[in-house]
Design a protein around this ligand. Structure first.
Ligand code: NI
Ligand code: MN
Length: 228
C-alpha cells in the first residue's frame, strides 16, 4: 500500500491511504497558496493542531459537510462543537494516542500558542504522529525547535513535515536541527511562502538538509503529491 501526501500550501496537508483521506489543518479559502477551495475537499478525518485561523479556518465547514471525524485538543473540540456545530469531535491532549479507522494518531508536544479566532482559550498547540500500516509520519505543525523531538525520533519516523517559515515557527537553521533530532528518512518543509513575512528559500533548505542530516529533503509545490 502506498500513502499519497499532498500539500495545499501553508500548513494544509492531505494523507491519502487509498481507503481513507486524512486532512491536516484545513486552510483553503483564505489561503493565497492553495490551488483548491474548501468546497472541493472530501475527507473522513480532519486533524487540527491548534486554534490559529491559518489552521482551523475551514475545519468546521468541511467536517459538517463531509461528516469527517475531527481530532483536536480538548479546548479546540469544545469550541468547534459549541460555536460551529461540529458533531462529536475526538478530543485529546499531548501524550495521548487514539485509534482511528486507518491507524493511530498520537498528539505530541509543540512549542507554540493556540488562541482561537474569537479570543477564546485554545489549549496548547500540538503536533501529530500518524501510524498507518507500520509507517510513521510526523507532522511537527507550528513549533519552535525543542530537544524532545529526539524522543519523537526514537519512535522511528519514516517521514517528517517540518515548518521552515521562521517568525511564527522554526526557520531554516532550526528546522535542520530538528531534522537531526527526528532522524526521518524523508523531510518536507511546511508553513512558508504563504505571505511575505514567512518567505523562504526552500532549495537552500534542501542543501542544508543534505549537508547536515541523513534525511532526504522533498519540496512540493502547492497541489502536488509525494508518494511515501
Ligand atoms: Ni499558529
Ligand atoms: Mn500557523
Amino acid at each position: 500500500m502506498s500513502i499519497h501526501l499532498t500539500w495545499y500550501g501553508h500548513a494544509t496537508w492531505l494523507v491519502d491511504t487509498g481507503n481513507h483521506k486524512i486532512l491536516l489543518d484545513p486552510f483553503f479559502n483564505d489561503n493565497p497558496a492553495s490551488p483548491i477551495k474548501a468546497e472541493d475537499v472530501e475527507v473522513d478525518t480532519i486533524l487540527v493542531s491548534h486554534g490559529h485561523f491559518d489552521h482551523i479556518a475551514d475545519a468546521a465547514s468541511i467536517a459538517n459537510r463531509s461528516g469527517a471525524k475531527l481530532v483536536a485538543n480538548y479546548e479546540v473540540c469544545q469550541w468547534l462543537a459549541a460555536n460551529h456545530s461540529v458533531q462529536e469531535p475526538a478530543d485529546m491532549n499531548p501524550g495521548g494516542e487514539i485509534e482511528m479507522p486507518w491507524g493511530l494518531v498520537k498528539m505530541v508536544p509543540a512549542v507554540h500558542s493556540s488562541g482561537l479566532p474569537d479570543g477564546s482559550y485554545g489549549g496548547v498547540a500540538a503536533g501529530f504522529v500518524l501510524t498507518i500500516d507500520e509507517v510513521k509520519i510526523y507532522f511537527a505543525c507550528d513549533t519552535a525547535l525543542f530537544g524532545d523531538m529526539n524522543l519523537i525520533g526514537d519512535m522511528g519516523i519514516q517521514l517528517a513535515v517540518l515548518p521552515i517559515g521562521d517568525r511564527y515557527t522554526m526557520g531554516l537553521a532550526d528546522s535542520v536541527k530538528a531534522a537531526q533530532l527526528v532522524k526521518a528518512k524523508q523531510v518536507l518543509p511546511s508553513h512558508y511562502d504563504t505571505w511575505p513575512p514567512i518567505e523562504q528559500d526552500a532549495l537552500a533548505w534542501c542543501e542544508m538538509i543534505r549537508g547536515s542530516t541523513a534525511s532526504t529533503p522533498i519540496v512540493l509545490e502547492p497541489g502536488k503529491t509525494h508518494i511515501v
